[in-house]
Design a protein around this ligand. Sequence first.
Ligand SMILES: [Zn+2]
Length: 447
Amino acid sequence: MNKPTVHIVHHVDTEGPMCEPLDELFERIQNTLGYPINLAPSKENLQLLQSQDYVFVNAEVDQLLKKLIDSKLLNFKNTWEEVDEMLDRILVPAYRNKFEDSFGKGWIYNWHLLDHVGFETNPRYRILGYSGIFNLYKTKLEKLNIQQDALQWHFHPIPFNKAAHTSAISYMNSAYELQQVMCRRLIDHNWFPVVNRAGFHTVRPDINWWLEQWLPFDASNQAMITDNTGFNDNINGRFGDWRGAPDDWSLYNPDLYDWRKKGTLKRTISRCLNMNTRFRNIDNNELSRAFKLAETSGKDVYVGITNHDFREMSVEIESFYELLKKVAANYKNVNFAFSDTITAFRNAIGFTEKEVVDNNLEFKLELNGDTLKIQVINGELFGAQPFIGLLTKDGRYLTDNFNWGEPGSQSYFYTFDFLTIPLENITTIAVASNDKYGNTCIRRIDL
Ligand SMILES: [Zn+2]
């Protein structure tokens, strides 16, 4: 019998450097814990708060405080140069091969690239702009000739105050920027996302429905057996609400109305726990449960782990690897592999290589006069329609719905005229879709 494999899938919420000035940090502590700090923001006062014998509120709150301001969690990469220096260390084969999976292969990263867009204030000095961080990573990986890593999707909805460090939860409130990110990555980089990592670990109905149109895989479930984080900023399921979702490392398809419930949507959701943050962390017990599931089911299991590129990732990777070696040693009949997210989803769902290849989505574009026709010629779309991105001669990026062909024909139409935009104003048409196996088809016409 073939041994099942636990796929270790490292999802990096890739957001570039981040600064946190002391006054910002003190404000964050107050907001997160829900108690005022009657101390001026200073290095000395931070050390005071961090010291074990300082009493802030009571034993319970003080324990949360110590977790929140653990010096390891505050050690941010402040500039791109600092992130870049880390990447030079952790991307090279010599580093990756320090970690060896059951197949003799080294560490793999899945970079979920964020565009900081739609913001008006930026107190933490994040890299702003469309494809800003995307370009830096793409160039870096190309320069080092890295093939094994994946580039995937991460998006932060835009808050009412339009500050780049404020968490928000509505894709609908961010519709313009969302479509711009999609269009620009498709047209400028020939790129289309397959796997989601939810911004702030958070899904809501509009996000659930948006994802269901385009992305077949979603590594966002943070359900825990007991999800009582104690932090004021997380009460009543405020962020990362996965209560009721499977907490046993099984994959599931979400419900139309409640992303946490098993349902009939096509997207597959995996579990993904934090590496050394203040809550929902991967630990011995959780990792053992994954190996146990592989052992008892005889099937591959998806283990997502996540952190940020604005912290020293090597520390978190190395401590996780120690844990992994310890746990894996107890399960001689289970392999583990460092995997890219798409391969891991395919194996954990149980798709065969043959069906993934045979059904590989393919469609063609035909331009007849001012009408564009998309015809699927192999496989099926994952979502309801393909995604269209248009670049106009005056530099605008646009998207729209298609007109649909005859029922069952797998064809879609778009008319360029005075009701939409005349064809003579267009320089590029790009159309993309995934299939349910995570294959992507992108076709374009440059005029
Ligand atoms: Zn994020």
